[in-house]
Design a protein around this ligand. Structure first.
Ligand code: TXA
Ligand code: MG
Length: 482
């Protein structure tokens, strides 16, 4: 049995203790031990030649810290090439972190098909050389990703992009890229003929998605590798995206060669995907850059429409699916049943709903409930310490972030021997909710929550709504879809 799995199954209190006593280091060690044990049972690592798809967990995953480098890297503008700064300055940077980043880059450019997970400002990416099919196929294998869901290519500089396409950027994209790159924006471009990418990158589409991440660590990694890097979110398909190296390890240990640990991601939800190759232009996936931000660019962009549907499951009445293939899949889903409670619902109604759901459950006494609060308007435990849920009223407040250090603001549990109630407060700012929402959904899995009640964000009139609010609600609706 994998050591990781044993750890994951251990009681939350043991895990709490482990976390308090320096979890991230222990995790790294445990990850390495577990991965080496896996490796001992398989010698497939060296069988990883181009084109070989491996079965089962068989790589040794290294977790390498690059966070200390972050404060030395400037926020290069879109027209700058990170390599110039690198050549000028790397000797003054912390050498361990430089070597770790270089190791990640070497893996990406090595003749063998390697995978490297790395931090971006949105979520962690699972990267591989986009030009080689053996590398790209391995991404699908590691994530268990449906074959028809194309990948986003990550680039370090505009020059790298024009070298790949052999053309200048289409004129319509100039204002968009000028304003939002580097940043949480993916643009859809016509696929050059012949394509510089492995066919698995764009899966028979005549277009490809590309983005220049804002995180200097990610940009420098791509630049050092000298390759365009295909990178979906670094999670197992259908699970919430990953926003810490620890979450990547949980999902992909033994399936990725290197995880570069650059600390928690800043934005927390994936990039906005924008298609300007069609008329009118469309937002294919909502993210931190909103439709109003795009429309404000004027010209053709004024006509931008919403090209996704987060209310319906797969197809509209005419059998037409979403234009970003990834948007049709169930996503972001923890194992427990998720209930989205409308914003502004009074606390007493939430408690009433909870009671009703408990009544319908066969053995409510053994249930574990996760409550994810976002606005700060409901009180902790919905005041359940007053024993309205037939618990003993045991109330053990814990300090913020002692249970989940990666997700500040997640804390505490109400516990008796039969019944557990975990409370997580993410807000009140929408930025804070976005940053920790995936961590909270993952925490619900770790805590084996059977029932997860989430306080929806207030969306308001949609045109005026905050872009991140729309993006978070899009992910939460998908988490509730069966
Ligand atoms: O923030 C992000 O975008 C992260 C980080 C790692 O960069 N990446 C990410 O990748 O979220 P992924 O693979 O999880 O989501 C990519 C989305 C999918 O919904 C996919 O269907 C869509 O982009 N997509 C990719 N290429 C496309 C294309 N040519 N046309 C339409 N949609 C495309
Ligand atoms: Mg994804």
């Amino acid at each position: 049995m994998k050591i990781e799995a044993v750890l994951r199954r251990s009681h939350p209190v043991i895990k709490h203790f482990l976390r308090q006593s320096g979890l991230s280091l222990q995790r790294k060690i445990i990850g390495k031990i577990a991965a080496s044990c896996n490796r001992m049972s398989s010698n497939a690592r060296n069988g990883g030649e181009e084109g070989t798809i491996m079965n089962g967990s068989s790589l040794m995953t290294e977790v390498l810290l690059i966070t200390p480098l972050a404060k030395y890297l400037p926020n290069w503008s879109a027209v700058e090439d990170p390599m110039v700064s690198y050549f000028e300055n790397f000797q003054q940077w912390p050498q361990d972190a430089v070597q770790n980043l270089k190791r990640g880059a070497d893996f990406l450019s090595s003749p063998k098909p390697h995978l490297v997970a790395f931090p971006t400002e949105t979520v962690y990416g699972l990267g591989a050389d986009a030009t080689r099919w053996g590398c790209v196929r391995r991404i699908y294998w590691a994530k268990n990703r449906p074959a028809d869901n194309p990948l986003i290519v990550h680039i370090a500089s505009l020059k790298q992009l024009s070298d790949l396409t052999g053309k200048p950027l289409p004129a319509i994209y100039e204002p968009l890229v000028k304003k939002f790159w580097p940043g949480p924006l993916t643009i859809i471009l016509p696929l050059p003929n012949p394509s510089p990418f492995a066919p698995e990158v764009n899966n028979n589409l005549k277009t490809f998605g590309v983005r220049m991440p804002a995180t200097p660590l990610a940009r420098l990694l791509v630049a050092l590798s000298g390759k365009p890097i295909a990178a979906p979110s670094a999670n197992t398909s259908k699970r919430p995206s990953t926003t810490t190296a620890q979450h990547v390890l949980e999902d992909l240990n033994g399936r990725v060669d290197v995880i570069l640990d650059g600390g928690p991601c800043g934005v927390g939800v994936e990039s906005t995907v924008v298609d300007g190759t069609c008329d009118p232009p469309a937002i294919l996936r909502p993210g931190g850059i909103g439709i109003e931000d795009v429309r404000a660019l004027g010209g053709e962009w004024k006509k931008t429409v919403v090209g996704y549907n987060d209310v319906k499951k797969h197809e509209d009445a005419n059998g037409v699916g979403p234009r970003a293939p990834g948007m049709k899949y169930k996503h972001y889903a923890p194992k427990g049943a998720v209930y989205l409670i409308p914003a502004g619902t009074p606390e007493s109604d939430v408690e009433h709903t909870l009671r009703q759901k408990l009544q319908k459950t066969a053995s409510p006494a053994h249930l574990t409930i996760g409550l994810i609060r976002t606005s700060g308007s409901w009180s902790k435990w919905l005041r359940c310490e007053a024993d309205p849920l037939n618990t003993n009223g045991l109330f053990q407040p814990m300090q913020a972030s002692t249970i989940f250090p990666a997700a500040e603001g997640i804390y505490g549990h109400l516990d008796d021997s039969n019944f557990r109630f975990y409370d997580m407060q993410l807000g009140p700012s929408v930025e804070a909710v976005a940053q920790d929402i995936f961590a909270a959904l993952r925490a619900c899995d770790e805590l084996s929550c059977d029932l997860i009640m989430i306080e929806a964000l207030r969306e308001g009139v949609s045109a005026e709504a905050n872009a991140l609010t729309i993006a978070v609600m899009n992910r939460l609706r998908k988490a509730t879809m069966g």
